[in-house]
Design a protein. Sequence first.
Length: 582
Amino acid sequence: MTAKNWRGYVDGLGLRIAALLSIALFPIGLIAVSITHQFSEAADERAQSNLLALTAQAAAGEEALIRTGFGSTDALAAVIPSIEADTSACNRIFVDFIADNQAFSFAGYVGTDGILKCGSSAVGYDFKGREVYQGMMQHPGPRSDLIFNAPISKTSVIVLSAPVYRDGAFDGYVTVSLPHNETRMKLENQPVDRPVDLITFNNEGEILSAAGGLQGVVGELPAGRPLVGLAGQYRFSFTGQTNDGEERVFAVVPILRDQVYAIGSWPQERLSVAPGLSIASPMFFPIAMWLTSLGVAYFAVHRLVIKPIRRLSRDMRDFAVTRRHEQRYRDTGLPRELREIDQTWHNLAETVIRDEAELEDTIHDKSVLLKEVHHRVKNNLQLIASIVNMKVRKAKTPEARFALKEVQGRVMSIATVHRSLYETTTEGRVRADELMRSTIGKLVSASVANEAHLKSTEEYDPVVLYPDQAVPLSLLATEATTNALKYIGRPEEGMPRIEVRLKTLEPGTARLIVSNTKGTPLLPPEQVSGTGLGTNLIKAFAQQLGGKLEVEDGDVFFSVVVDFPIASFDEAQRDSEIVEVD
């Protein structure tokens, strides 16, 4: 660069404006350092508030199980005085509870002598030397304890206990065991992008469970803050060091007031909006301001247009994920058009939230009504089956009784589908494997006498269907099994066998197989002759399923094979017309 060109560059308006703006903006840069520090502190406070919500979210699964456990202990404790004398009934209550609540491993009633009076297992076990029993005897009341090696399950469990009173006097306690499962705490309700290290503890400061496992969990607790001192308070957060010396932010939320609490933590650096700004050199900001002054036109566009649009876009993305939005103050520095867009967006978000809440209420009401419809249909079908059963008993010919029993079986198959519909938690859908297991097993056991030595095999993959496929599948399986039982024979070698299988071939396709052995008939000739109605019904039900029917007649087995698509809701509705039987 020549001297003349350099002099022209120095004398240029651009450099002079840049120099003047640099001098003018340098104090603003220093102020920006202070504001950035304050903003970082405010951001940390907001992040701590978010951590409280995320901790509550992460603990939701454990909270549901613990609340269920305490609710169950209270309910069981209330009924114990009335059934304690009947040991069989008392044991049955606890066995049924464990069967219905797979998350729990043990439940029982311990008397004041420390002996397990009744329970799901190990009746008669002596608990006198156990911590829970001693604590109950000293201070009867609801308890939660962590037992590393439980005497019955031999695993680490959370023991939830409630006292039993008879005529106002302490008469023992009911206890249930919840196995410690760190995998459940890691996977259930954990935020995917911002996982929380979660620990639960009781009001005595005893650790109950930890997402990272119980080994080394003491090192993750806040130093100088005993857990017993954190209990008894409402939701709060604080910053501190762990016993291992790591700087973290902690949040404490109650799971069950005055009983069980959860403490979640994040490494403190995760909360920083822009890590490193707090220790950046103060010279960075004057330099940044000076560089910004060189592109003042771009800065104006960025400030007035790009930044507000990006902020609005960020709010929309956050709202799409969390359904939360913050009504900020109206920035009068923005152009009027952008202020109107921002206000319109917030009005739209509030409308969406309100409409979604109303829609959820409507869906809930309709779900309740739908279950009631299925319940009433099931009751009506059972009434019809009972009437048919009365006709069976009054029928004078074997042919009439046989025909009426077939009608009764078909009606009960449909009733079983509707019972599954109102009992299932998956609204409007049926577990086909559970449905067939409840119908085919009863049909096989009731159709052939014990002296026939019939061997039956049932294998069902989990298949979920809508009612418009579940009903014909149930009837198809019933008809095919009835025919198989009717024509089953004893082979030359081995026992007579019948096999019913429901398999998933690939996503969206399933196969039903009903097979029976051939050979010497088990039933007398007058019961084997048929009219062909069963075969026609099987074809009709296969057609209604939208499936492909194949009959395999081998040397040893006769098999009915139906491959059918697992229809979606719209497809099930479209393909659900009734197929008439000739």
